[in-house]
Design a protein around this ligand. Structure first.
Ligand code: A2P
Length: 293
């Protein structure tokens, strides 16, 4: 299985990352250090996760050189107005203690009106090009090396890329799991040179246990003498996506990094099982805008 993918910029993005959403303060630093020791070179974070200071400190303390680590952060909904983008990015850079990001994503296809609330700016939500142009400027300034989006569906991707972009979105980070495998989006992304990143790859908190008990997953794990989590994480990479398992448990952090190729028959069996039920999202915030349409 590929240990990295090459983006349009030529940068190589490692295929398995440590996700740090809901990794609580006091634990996330240890998880990052365990991950870097285990061989991870990719940490997927965001401003809204509220743990960038601890993540940054752990990275600096790890002894692994900054240039060898891929760091992703995300622009929160409150900061989509063009004049707010650079200050938001600067805050993430300061918190992380670095002077550039490898990847910066628009976290949601939803712009809040300026201020503290969650009132939606429908114009900027439907036409995010001004926000994107500012991200492009951040690339030109050297503050970020690659830019992308998160939680965009095909319509929203097409809507954004209909503009005369200097840089195409390099990735789209979305929920991908056994319960929500999104084969159409994956197919579309592949034919449009867009890499998908799988968040909540194990099923996100409440469904992880259920995912690891799926009969197909269990039987493949037994056949290959690996754990059910490793089956699922390997399946994601074999589908051609980046995978971002979250864990603050050291043994699981180590376990999740070991991906192996699944025999074609096992892969097909799992793909088919995942597609055979009605897709269900674990993550679907209600901001009074239909995110998925
Ligand atoms: P914890 O962080 O306490 O180790 P997802 O990446 O799909 O969002 O899933 C994250 C959840 O899955 C977390 O609750 C995490 O728990 C748990 N988890 C992560 N890796 C494993 C694993 N290898 N086996 C079992 N549970 C796991």
């Amino acid at each position: 299985l590929p240990s990295f993918y090459t983006l349009p910029s030529g940068d190589k993005i490692p295929s398995v990352a440590l996700g740090v959403w809901r990794a609580d303060p006091g634990h996330v630093g240890e998880a990052v250090k365990t991950a870097l020791k285990a061989g991870y070179r990719h940490i997927d974070g965001a401003w809204i996760y509220g743990n960038e200071v601890e993540v940054g400190k752990a990275i600096r303390d790890s002894g692994v050189s900054r240039k060898d680590i891929w760091i992703t952060s995300k622009l929160w909904n409150t900061f989509h107005a063009p004049e707010d983008v650079e200050p938001a990015l600067d805050e993430s850079l300061t918190r992380l203690g670095t002077n550039y990001l490898d990847l910066y994503l628009i976290h949601w296809p939803v712009a809040f009106k300026k201020g503290q609330g969650q009132e939606v700016d429908h114009d900027l939500t439907e036409s995010p090009y001004p926000t994107w142009q500012k991200l492009e400027e951040m690339v030109q300034k050297g503050k970020v090396r690659n830019i992308g989006v998160s939680n965009f569906n095909i319509r929203r991707l097409q809507n954004l890329t209909a503009n005369p972009l200097k840089y195409q979105p390099a990735v789209n980070q979305v929920e991908l799991s056994y319960w929500n495998p999104q084969p159409e989006l994956l197919k579309w992304a592949k034919s449009n040179d867009l890499l998908l990143e799988a968040y909540s790859p194990l099923g996100s908190q409440n469904r992880v246990k259920e995912t690891l008990e799926v009969p197909e997953v269990k039987s493949i794990a037994k056949e290959l003498d690996i754990t059910p989590a490793q089956v699922i994480i390997s399946w994601h990479v074999q589908r051609g996506t980046i995978v971002l398992p979250k864990s603050v448990t050291p043994s699981r952090v180590v376990e999740n990094f070991h991906v192996v190729p699944l025999p074609q028959e096992a892969f097909d069996k799992l793909e088919e099982a995942a597609a055979s039920h009605k897709p269900e999202r674990s993550v679907n915030p209600d901001w009074g805008v239909d995110i998925w349409h």
